[in-house]
Design a protein around this ligand. Structure first.
Ligand SMILES: Nc1nc2c(c(=O)[nH]1)N[C@H]1C(S)=C(S)[C@@H](COP(=O)(O)OP(=O)(O)OC[C@H]3O[C@@H](n4cnc5c(=O)[nH]c(N)nc54)[C@H](O)[C@@H]3O)O[C@H]1N2
Ligand SMILES: Nc1nc2c(c(=O)[nH]1)N[C@H]1C(S)=C(S)[C@@H](COP(=O)(O)OP(=O)(O)OC[C@H]3O[C@@H](n4cnc5c(=O)[nH]c(N)nc54)[C@H](O)[C@@H]3O)O[C@H]1N2
Ligand SMILES: [Mo]
Length: 764
């Protein structure tokens, strides 16, 4: 490495960078066989106009004090000094805690923040809130909310069946047929929280293909598997995968190809599911054709193929981010069980393989550095995606995992490292929800849509502006993430800001434990150094590690994981389910009597489906050109937009019927809101489906076609959460169901307004 070149890491890859005083140049780590183009977004973080340059307060809050206020998201801001804002914030935290109790502080703070183990914003905030009295927390994720609840009942703990089940090496070596529900898009596996030094997925899939493996893509969107695999594409009607899975099981059983030995020795509740499959109406291929849009003959052919050779079923996270999303997760498990392949090398079921870069990789043999947590003295919590419900309906009852609970009355919400006005559904409703707060505090480097709704905006440094350690247990490289560029304006590290606040609240020493940031890095690194020394391996001191810039950890041999051990000896290695076996039906779940979550995998018609007024399914999936909303203004993200607007895919037949041409600005709308986007006409998508990725910063204006929606009826930038629905996946798991909703689309009749999402508010 030449002088001035430093190593750094992002959720989308490890990189080398050089700062020449005015420009940051970035190139991928030389060891990465397939780097992500998302790296090209990084340089724009330096000095961009959308950076928060100094602490800012919403004028209504600063002048009139805390309280319910529909001005959130509408008022102007003014700049104040760090001391003034932290004094005021300490006072307000004390007021809320002493008047309303500690559970009135919401510290869910969901979000991806940046790579780097110490300056992980959410961990810092949780530690601060825990040590200063506690907070209402959130459980589960937007990523896998339904799966995280259902998988432990039917198969095993989330990590065991996502990260540490079937590996990419096994796929390359052993799989004959991969049936990928929702695909395994390379755009998705490019991302892993904490960083990824080697993108192996393309190579593994290609190796399998070259060996003769067949890939079957079940998805409304063709690019969900790499083109080079020459996959069989089954463009399924969104939200109907479980019907296809049931029909495959039915066909396999009827053909006498079910593994009855495995069902008897390793599964429980098969009788319950079998009865459902064969009772009228029989869940056969003809039945599923009407629901899924996939011809019965194709389903029968696929069933035949799956029953021969080594077959792997994968289910992308997207399938469960929809109404009744629990069902395809359970259905995929059951399908692999009927084939009798769970626990075989390269076969069976791997939930989420390909959805994230953490999955399907060997585990490190030595622990990576981690930041210490502090216990939260408050027990109150919500399933993460119920945040708007909580704010709008304090004290009301909701159900979760079969138990009734009530929403706490939250007065103060605090966010660091997440962007709810990116991740939440039905953003106009979220805006009404945050209007209910007394105080909304946001730490972020950027003037995101969330920052623009905060009462207090605290400017954070980006990862490029501080030293940190990048690492995760599924990647061998520990990265010395060295500061690359000077701090922006008055931005400060979240740690330093929270340490100052903790001191004002009388908990400074507990928060810092007397360490500077640098001392924390040394402290955190120590367990990794010890882990290496214990195995008699080269265990460099912190200084040596920092000097080298990276450290490669040994990895554990592939022992087949939890599912492999269970398969080999189910009595000695039972699964953590009620029966210790794969749970294909469940008496206790059936006994809950939930119509939206019966005691076996089932097809349940969604309550929102396309109709005459809203004839399209909108798929709002993860963006290929960025991570969520992060660096939306970066070169790779901006370069893929059209006239600064996000791009929506539409099938040529639909476009022709509606008079929409390639590149036209279209309005996507329903009774919750509307957004504009630029049309890309392509036969890569199933007719009747639109695809608009998430992540274009919400840019609300009045909608001339819906004046009753007020000043935020139309997002002019193309954020799908302007129209998505804010509803739990089911009353059992309460996951986020944002991936799918019903919409109409039309060519935009007016002059399209300019996008101003990346222009910061004017300061007074
Ligand atoms: N319609 C629809 N909506 C979805 C989804 C979908 O499929 N469809 N997917 C969902 C999923 S799976 C997820 S995970 C969520 C993602 O939602 P989020 O994780 O909330 O999205 P990000 O854009 O990653 O937000 C991270 C924020 O942290 C900030 N940040 C970065 N570094 C730092 C730092 O050091 N300090 C501080 N204080 N802030 C920092 C960034 O500027 C950014 O604002 O979105 C969900 N929303
Ligand atoms: N580039 C990039 N990669 C990412 C992220 C990102 O923001 N950018 N986010 C990361 C995060 S936090 C997560 S949780 C994962 C999420 O991983 P996923 O949830 O799997 O990712 P998505 O892109 O939302 O969805 C994958 C594909 O599923 C298809 N699909 C949608 N609905 C259906 C359906 O009903 N049936 C079928 N069969 N297919 C359907 C869509 O065509 C979509 O492209 O991605 C991670 N990877
Ligand atoms: Mo996610």
């Amino acid at each position: 490495m030449t002088e001035n070149v430093r190593t750094h890491s992002a959720h989308w890859g490890v990189f080398h960078a050089r700062w020449d005083g005015s420009r940051l140049r970035v190139r991928p780590h030389p060891g990465d066989p397939d780097p992500s183009p998302v790296l090209d977004n990084v340089p724009a973080a330096v000095g961009h106009a959308a950076r928060v340059a100094a602490p800012a307060v919403r004028r209504g809050w600063w002048d009139r004090g805390p309280g319910r206020d529909p001005g959130r998201g509408r008022d102007g801001y003014r700049t104040v000094s760090w001391d003034a804002v932290l004094d005021r914030l300490a006072e307000e935290t004390h007021r809320v805690r002493s008047t309303h109790g500690d559970e009135a502080v919401y510290g869910g703070s969901y979000g991806w923040a940046s790579a780097g183990r110490f300056h992980h914003a959410q961990s810092q905030l949780h530690r601060f809130l825990a040590l200063t009295g506690g907070y209402t927390r959130s459980v589960n994720t937007y990523s896998g909310g339904a799966a995280e609840v259902v998988l432990p009942h039917v198969l095993g703990t989330f990590d065991a069946v996502t990260r540490y089940a079937v590996t990419w090496d096994q796929v390359a070596a052993h799989t004959d047929t991969v049936v990928a529900f929702g695909g395994m898009a390379l755009k998705n596996s490019a991302i892993a929280a904490g960083g990824v030094s080697r993108h192996v997925e393309r190579g593994a899939m290609r190796a399998a293909r070259e060996r003769g493996a067949v890939f079957v893509l079940v998805s409304p969107l063709r690019p969900d598997l790499p083109e080079a695999l020459d996959a069989t594409w089954l463009p399924i009607r969104p939200g109907t995968d479980v019907a296809l899975m049931l029909a495959l099981m039915h066909t396999i059983v009827e053909a006498g190809r079910a593994d009855t030995d495995f069902l008897a020795s390793h599964c429980d509740g098969w009788d319950r599911l079998r009865e459902y499959l064969f009772a009228a109406p029989a869940r056969d291929a003809g039945w599923a054709e009407d629901i899924t849009g996939i011809p019965a003959a194709t389903i029968r052919e696929l069933a035949w193929r799956m029953a021969h050779g080594r077959t792997l079923v994968t289910v992308a996270q997207s399938l469960q981010r929809a109404e009744h999303g629990e069902q395809p997760v359970w259905g995929g498990t059951a399908l692999a069980a009927v084939l009798g392949q769970i626990g075989l090398s390269g076969g069976g079921f791997n939930y989420g393989l390909g959805s994230l870069g953490h999955y399907g990789r060997p585990r490190n043999a030595v622990p990576v550095p981690t930041f210490s947590r502090a216990p939260n003295p408050v027990t109150s919590f919500i399933p993460v995606a119920r945040v708007a419900d909580m704010l709008l309906h304090p004290g009301e009852t909701y159900s979760y995992r079969g138990v009734d609970d009530t929403y706490p009355h939250v007065r103060m919400a605090w966010w660091a490292g997440g962007n709810p006005f990116h991740h939440h559904q039905d953003l106009r409703r979220l805006r009404r929800a945050v209007a209910e707060l007394d105080t909304f505090v946001v730490h972020d480097p950027m003037w995101t849509a969330t920052a623009r709704h905060a009462d207090v905006v605290l400017p954070s440094t980006t990862t490029l502006e501080r030293d940190d350690i990048g690492a995760t247990s599924s990647d061998p490289l520990v990265v010395a993430m060295k500061q690359l560029v000077p701090r922006h304006g008055e931005a400060r590290d979240d740690y330093d800001v929270l340490a100052d606040l903790a001191a004002r609240l009388g908990h400074g020493e507990a928060f810092t434990e007397g360490r500077t940031s640098h001392e924390w890095l040394v402290h955190m690194y120590d367990r990794t150094r010890k882990g290496l020394a214990d195995r008699g391996l080269d265990a460099p001191s912190f200084e040596e590690f920092w000097e080298r810039g990276e450290l490669e950890l040994p990895r554990r041999p592939d022992d087949g994981g939890m599912l492999g051990r269970f398969r080999a000896d189910p009595a000695r290695h039972p699964l953590p389910t009620a029966s210790g076996r794969v749970q294909l039906g469940s008496g206790p779940i059936a006994a809950l009597g939930l119509p939206d979550h019966p005691g076996h995998p089932a097809w349940i018609e969604p309550t929102e489906v396309p109709d005459d007024r809203h004839p399209f399914w909108l798929v709002s999936n993860q963006p290929a050109t960025r991570l969520h909303s992060q660096l939306d203004f970066g070169a790779h993200s901006a370069g893929a937009k059209r006239s600064g607007r996000e791009v929506v895919r539409i099938h040529p037949d639909d476009a022709a019927r509606l008079g929409i041409g390639d590149g036209d600005v279209v309005r996507i709308h329903n009774d919750r809101g509307a957004c504009l986007a630029a049309a890309r006409v392509t036969d890569d998508i199933r007719p009747g489906v639109l695809q608009l990725p998430t992540g274009a910063w919400w840019d609300p204006r009045p909608d001339p076609d819906r004046p009753e929606f007020g000043d935020d009826g139309l997002c002019v930038h193309g954020n799908p959460n302007a129209v998505t629905r804010d509803r739990g996946t089911s009353s059992f798991a309460q996951g986020c169901s944002g991936q799918l909703c019903a919409v109409a689309v039309e060519r935009y009749r007016y002059d399209a307004p300019e996008v101003t999402a990346h222009v910061p508010p004017v300061m007074r």
